[in-house]
Ligand binder design. Structure first.
Ligand SMILES: Cc1ncc(COP(=O)(O)O)c(C=O)c1O
Length: 395
């Protein structure tokens, strides 16, 4: 018997791979501030749970593979507030945004085809690309330029006869960068010129700061056939465990193909879709307080970390992550050391080493992703612990 090559080669999540070490740290009685994973501590809206409590059917049956029409209806209504006009047929409900990425990768290319993605990128794209046998061709973005895109001519150099799509994530995980309308327009032009799909993971859509607006690829005119959006309620309604996401596209051939993949897993979770219907009916100002809270957290983290002039970081425009370049040679070693050897009054922090967010070998070795998903008081303490740890590590 032999384990498949695919299984041997698929990347372990850098966000979760230190988990076993962390559980040993906890067994030693040291508490950990988790800045390594995008699990917000914001309360899931009560209406989400109430909707589930009020479920009165006697059988929890399979639902439609593309999700409940009643959920699609509220999604259509929700997006109309952003002047994005979807129809129910443009939506397939998925089991989290994760499955939406997986379905999309399977639909846009065949084994050996390429997808261009700015790096650093959400590390699980590597896993989905392995499962779909797609090759990710990275465009490196730099901390010095706020992880914004290089010139279009640089990106265009990456296009080959095997390229099938360009994919972005905005607001970005792990960098927090929000791509501008001009950047999106230019990518749209490039997709048109080279006959490519344009995919955007927009699961952090609501989380933009300092008045910055998120511009969706769904707002691009004349490119409706090329555009595919990955969506999720995990971050929107702080409902990561619900596993409810969606794929949006106006290209009905794409949607029919996605539906075939959706049928293989029968249906997305039913009760959580019912919960999501409630959340989607919250007024739009529900997000105002949440945005303010995340912005406050971002500012707290940024202010404390910038007091160490050897840390290179830019103030992120959105999402809830900072990619910081630390004065260390090997951020994975530093991240392990934080869990295995360091403590400050019985506490330490857990962060995600940067290399796993890159596909170019050797990139990201000095960087870490820090998620500002803890309330300000805890975040303050965690940031000071990180500074103290850096001082001690470099002594
Ligand atoms: C950019 C991005 N896309 C997709 C996902 C997956 O989200 P879901 O929980 O909906 O599967 C995440 C989760 O962290 C993410 O950060």
């Amino acid at each position: 018997m032999q384990i498949s090559k695919r299984a041997r080669e698929i990347q372990e999540s850098p966000i979760r791979k230190l988990a076993a070490i962390a559980s040993d740290t906890k067994k030693r009685g040291i508490s950990i501030y988790h800045l390594n994973i995008g699990q917000p501590d914001i309360k899931t809206p009560e209406i989400f749970f109430n909707n589930i409590k009020n479920f009165s059917e006697k059988v929890l049956a399979y639902g439609p593979s593309d999700g409940l029409e009643s959920l699609k209806n509220v999604i259509v209504e929700y997006f109309s507030h952003y002047d994005i006009h979807l129809k129910n047929e443009d939506i397939v409900i998925s089991t989290g945004g994760s499955e939406a990425v997986y379905f999309t990768f399977n639909v846009i290319g065949d084994p050996g085809d390429q997808i261009i993605i700015p790096e650093p990128f959400y590390t699980n794209y590597n896993g989905y690309a392995s499962l779909s046998n797609l090759e990710i061709v990275p465009i490196t973005t730099l901390p010095e330029s706020g992880f914004h895109l290089p010139s279009m001519s640089e990106i265009e150099k990456k296009v080959t006869s095997k390229t099938r799509a360009i994919m972005i994530c905005s607001p970005n995980n792990p960098t927090g960068t929000v791509f501008s309308q001009e950047e999106i327009n230019q990518l749209g032009n490039l997709a048109r010129k080279h006959d490519l799909f344009l995919i955007a993971d927009e699961v952090y859509k609501e989380f933009t700061y300092d008045g910055e607006k998120h511009y969706s690829i769904l707002q691009l005119n004349g490119l409706e056939d090329r555009v595919i959006v990955v969506d999720s309620i995990s971050k929107r309604y702080s409902a990561c465990g619900a596993r409810i996401g969606a794929v949006f596209s106006k290209n009905q051939e794409v949607m029919k193909s996605i539906m075939k993949f959706a049928q293989t897993r029968l249906c997305p979770p039913s009760l959580e879709q019912i919960g999501a219907i409630g959340a989607y009916q919250l007024p739009m100002d529900y997000f105002t307080g949440i945005r303010t809270e995340y912005q406050k957290r971002r500012d707290t983290l940024f202010e404390i970390l910038t007091s160490n002039k050897d840390i290179l970081l830019r103030k992120p425009e959105g999402a809830f992550y900072i990619m910081a370049k630390l004065p260390v040679d090997d951020s994975e070693h530093f991240s392990r050391w934080l869990l295995e050897e360091f403590q400050s009054d019985g506490e330490t922090v857990m962060i995600a080493p940067g290399a796993g967010f890159y596909s170019t070998p050797g990139r990201g070795n000095q960087e870490v992703r820090i998620a500002y998903v803890l309330e300000t008081r805890k975040l303050e303490r965690a940031s000071h612990i990180l500074l103290e740890a850096l001082n001690r590590y470099n002594r």
